[in-house]
Every structure is written in structure tokens, then in C-alpha cells.
Design a binder for this molecule. Structure first.
Ligand code: HEC
Ligand code: HEC
Ligand code: HEC
Ligand code: HEC
Length: 121
């Protein structure tokens, strides 16, 4: 038979573990949306490899350089707004990617600007 004392110890241990659990949960909040390491765009003109993490860390860019909208809303997917067919107010998907990727490479005089240096696969 379990003694009263054993039951008391068991419930004390349970309470302590519960408090530790809550503290740890609060100390480590869930991370913000997971940044991709690299992305492979499948296109009819050939696949494009985009080194997201390298662009971020090694080329010293800020999220806003590319995710130009995130101050207003937390949408990271370009395709969510830039649909296949654009209009005069909103560049279509391909134009949005080309303008941003090639535009920055030209401005910085580094990074590929020729079709087949991006559409390499
Ligand atoms: C050089 C440009 C560039 C920079 C800098 C950049 N991103 Fe991105 N990111 C992209 C592109 C392009 C995509 C792909 C979007 C798509 O497929 O529509 C992407 C995708 C993402 C996604 C996945 C979106 C999805 O559809 O699931 C997240 C999350 C993200 N980026 C977060 C970040 C964060 C946080 C930073 C800053 C620390 C950052 N990015 C910096 C260009 C960039
Ligand atoms: C929440 C909606 C939204 C998201 C997400 C978004 N855009 Fe845009 N984008 C717009 C709107 C609206 C415009 C037109 C008005 C303006 O220039 O801000 C635009 C304009 C642009 C332009 C033309 C800018 C100019 O100065 O002419 C480019 C290039 C562009 N977006 C690329 C991208 C890329 C690449 C991504 C993903 C990394 C992205 N956008 C994500 C809404 C969005
Ligand atoms: C805001 C600036 C910026 C934007 C936007 C940008 N890049 Fe770059 N990219 C760079 C810089 C800087 C380099 C480095 C070139 C070097 O060091 O030789 C680079 C290099 C590259 C390279 C070659 C080296 C590597 O890391 O693979 C590829 C491929 C590339 N970019 C693809 C893309 C694509 C695809 C997009 C759009 C989805 C994009 N880039 C958007 C700045 C940018
Ligand atoms: C800096 C890299 C880069 C360069 C340079 C580049 N592209 Fe692209 N291209 C992309 C990216 C990124 C996409 C968007 C993929 C997506 O929409 O998912 C794209 C999309 C396309 C598409 C749309 C394909 C589809 O399936 O809808 C075509 C066509 C295309 N590019 C042709 C070209 C041609 C032609 C050139 C040269 C004049 C060129 N690209 C130069 C990165 C590049």
C-alpha cells in the first residue's frame, strides 16, 4: 500500500515538474516563420537555384530588401500577391522576380544577369 507520505512526495514532484515545464515553454517562444536555406524554382525556362540563406547572411541584405511588404503584413511568399498575370498596379509573378533579382544584381554589379546563369538546370 502507498503511504500518505509517499503520495505527498509524488504530488510535490508533479507540481515542481509542472512549473519547470511552464517556465521552459515561456522562456523559448516558438520561432518566427522558418527561413528557407535554399529554394529551387521550377520554371518552363529551366530550374533556378536561389541560395536564400547565403543571400541573407553573406551578401549582407535585410529581409526588407526583398520582402518589401512585411512592414505592413507578414506575408513572405511573393506569389501570394504577385499572381501569374499581373496588371498595371501589380507586376505579375515572373516580372516581379526578374525585376527584383536581376535589378539588384545589376545595381551591385555582382550576381548573375544572363538568362542561363540563373536558369542553369
Ligand atoms: C535576396 C532576397 C531575399 C532576402 C534578403 C530574404 N528573402 Fe526570404 N525569400 C525570398 C524569396 C524570393 C522567397 C521565395 C518566395 C516565393 O516563392 O514566392 C523567399 C521566401 C521566404 C520564406 C518562405 C515563404 C513561403 O512561401 O513559405 C520565408 C519565411 C522568408 N523568405 C523569410 C525571410 C526572412 C525572415 C528574411 C530576413 C532575415 C528573408 N526572408 C530575407 C527572398 C529573400
Ligand atoms: C502583400 C503583397 C505583396 C507581397 C507578398 C510582395 N509584393 Fe511585390 N508588390 C506588391 C505591390 C502592391 C506592388 C506595387 C506597388 C509597389 O511598388 O509597392 C509590388 C511591387 C513589386 C515590384 C515592383 C517595384 C517597383 O519599384 O516597381 C517588384 C519588383 C516586386 N514587387 C517584387 C516582389 C518580390 C520578389 C516579392 C517576394 C520576395 C514580393 N514582391 C512580395 C505587393 C506584394
Ligand atoms: C537585394 C539584392 C539581391 C537580390 C534581390 C537578389 N540577389 Fe542574387 N546576389 C546578390 C549578390 C550581392 C550576389 C553575390 C555575387 C557575388 O558575390 O559574386 C548574388 C549572387 C547570386 C547568385 C550566384 C551565387 C549564389 O549564391 O548562388 C545567384 C544564382 C543569385 N544571386 C540568384 C538570385 C535570384 C534567383 C534572386 C531572386 C529570387 C536573387 N538572386 C535576388 C544580391 C541579390
Ligand atoms: C537572377 C536570376 C534570373 C535571371 C538572370 C533570369 N531569370 Fe527567368 N526567372 C527567374 C526566377 C526566380 C523566376 C520565377 C520562378 C517562379 O515564378 O517560380 C523566373 C521565371 C522565368 C520564366 C517563367 C517560367 C514559368 O514557368 O512561368 C521565364 C520564361 C524566364 N524566367 C525566362 C528568362 C529569360 C528569357 C531570361 C533572360 C532574358 C531570364 N529568365 C533571366 C530568375 C532569373
Amino acid at each position: 500500500m502507498t503511504s500518505k507520505r509517499e503520495l505527498q512526495i509524488a504530488s510535490l514532484v508533479a507540481v515542481v515538474l509542472f512549473i519547470i515545464g511552464i517556465t521552459c515553454y515561456a522562456a523559448f517562444p516558438p520561432p518566427s516563420p522558418k527561413e528557407p536555406v535554399r529554394l529551387m524554382f521550377q520554371t518552363t525556362a529551366g530550374k533556378v537555384l536561389f541560395t536564400h540563406e547565403v543571400h541573407n547572411k553573406e551578401y549582407d541584405l535585410s529581409c526588407l530588401d526583398c520582402h518589401h511588404n512585411i512592414e505592413e503584413d507578414e506575408v513572405y511568399s511573393c506569389k501570394e500577391c504577385h499572381e501569374a498575370a499581373g496588371d498595371e498596379d501589380m507586376p505579375g509573378r515572373t516580372d516581379a522576380f526578374h525585376a527584383q533579382c536581376i535589378g539588384c544584381h545589376k545595381d551591385n554589379d555582382s550576381g548573375p544577369t544572363e538568362c542561363n546563369s540563373c536558369h542553369a538546370m
